[in-house]
Write a protein that binds this ligand. Structure first.
Ligand SMILES: Cc1ncc(COP(=O)(O)O)c(C=O)c1O
Length: 388
């Protein structure tokens, strides 16, 4: 198939441009890293405490407890909530596997629910239907950068005495607007919030990292103990814990990058606006829905493809033009081989199943230029036109 548009020379389009982002703050980052190296304080130390308190201020939350990655954060949150094998934990069928992995690792019972076709976040009515006397927790996932609708989730949880653990790995920095007019950062509304600082996340470090957030002093004390081998006092172990620390070098990087998080969100939103405008008259492309009670920090910009378009074919078409595109996620959790469950079969979660067959995410990061955005959108439209 012949290309109708010229490739932009010399610019390699990336799904996420971390090099470009680093170049802009290189001096600050390099200084922060070398200070850690010079001090040889590689585990613990002032950078951890400083980053922790900066993030607490930014999020408006009482406690931030850093840990080694987002998957650990979820597992530790469930340990701190004292969930026991067999307890049912309700979560979305349309998420990254880590959410359900943490549930499975602790031998809890995942109860999957379908998502809302517009927001791609958990369907509140489906949560309500899934509650049984064994339900102990709900784990809403703020998918792609927009908060799940937390007010009704919290109301349900309080009514049924359930713990809420927010998976904020994709939505660090997003604002949720409550029905009473107040505003909270995603991840600070439930009992515990969990995030990931994986490099490509909205607030990403230079390796693995994660954190838990809570306003509850008792839970915070439990979490601090669990991340540190179940001890408060060195070598006195009160409970079974884990070793899950954020490296000091990562905290130093994050402390610098946190200052730019709002401007990073704005850059992502600007790129999303460009995409939205370019696709607004293309009937077969559904652009991301923007909920009135949450900002969208566009961890991903994900299109839903209509009749006649194929996500994998579009991915190859774009790849040939030097435009990456990713499918998050091609298989719903209930159909993953690692999680066979006699309760679920194909057809049980029709919205998630349809989304898995029709979504594609376009390059999204903080370093787009009009030139790259123009090239990407023209390439997408060229694919759409090729199917007419
Ligand atoms: C929704 C969601 N939850 C959890 C995680 C796990 O984070 P990590 O990779 O830091 O373990 C991710 C990361 O990809 C994620 O996207």
């Amino acid at each position: 198939m012949h290309s109708q548009i010229k490739n932009i020379s010399m610019v390699k389009i990336q799904m996420v441009d971390l090099v470009g982002q680093y170049q802009k703050i290189k001096t600050e980052i390099d200084t922060a890293i070398s200070e850690v190296v010079e001090s040889a304080y590689f585990v613990g130390g002032p950078e951890i405490k400083d980053f922790q308190s900066d993030l607490e201020k930014y999020l408006g939350v009482k406690h931030v407890i850093p840990c080694a990655n987002g998957t650990d954060a979820l597992t530790i949150a469930m340990m701190a909530a004292e969930l026991k094998p067999g307890d049912e934990v309700i979560t979305s069928d349309f998420t990254f596997v880590a959410t359900v992995e943490a549930i499975a690792m602790l031998k809890l019972t995942p109860v999957l629910v379908d998502v809302d076709p517009k927001t791609f976040n958990v369907d509140i009515k489906a949560i309500e239907k899934a509650i049984t006397p064994n339900t102990k927790a709900i784990v809403p996932v703020h998918l792609y950068g927009m908060s799940a609708d937390m007010d009704p989730i919290m109301a349900l949880a309080r009514k049924h005495n359930l713990v809420v653990i927010e998976d904020t790995a994709q939505a660090t920095g997003a604002d949720y607007f409550h029905s009473d007019g107040k505003k909270s950062k995603a991840g600070t509304i439930g009992d515990i919030g969990c995030t990931s600082f994986f490099p490509s996340k909205n607030l990403g470090c230079f390796g693995d990292g994660g954190a838990l957030f809570t306003n509850d002093d008792r839970l915070a004390a439990m979490i601090r103990k669990i991340v540190n081998h179940g001890m408060d006092k060195r070598y006195y172990h009160d409970m079974v814990g884990v070793n899950s620390r954020l490296d000091t070098i990562q905290a130093a990087v994050l402390k610098v990058k946190l200052k730019y998080l709002d401007s990073y969100s704005e850059a992502r939103q600007k790129a999303a606006d460009y995409y939205d405008a370019a696709f607004k008259d293309v009937e077969v492309l559904t652009t991301p829905y923007r909920m009135a009670n949450s900002s969208h920090v566009f961890h991903q910009y994900t299109l839903k493809l209509g009749e006649g378009l194929d996500q994998f074919e579009m991915q190859s078409f774009l790849n040939e033009k030097g435009v990456p595109g990713m499918i998050y996620y091609p298989v719903p959790l209930h159909l993953q081989k690692a999680y066979p469950d006699p309760r679920y079969k194909e057809g049980d979660f029709p919205i998630t199943e349809k989304l898995c067959k029709s979504v594609i995410s376009l390059p999204m990061h903080t370093e787009h230029t009009e030139e790259t955005l123009k090239y990407i959108t023209q390439s997408v439209i060229e694919y759409v036109n090729s199917k007419k």
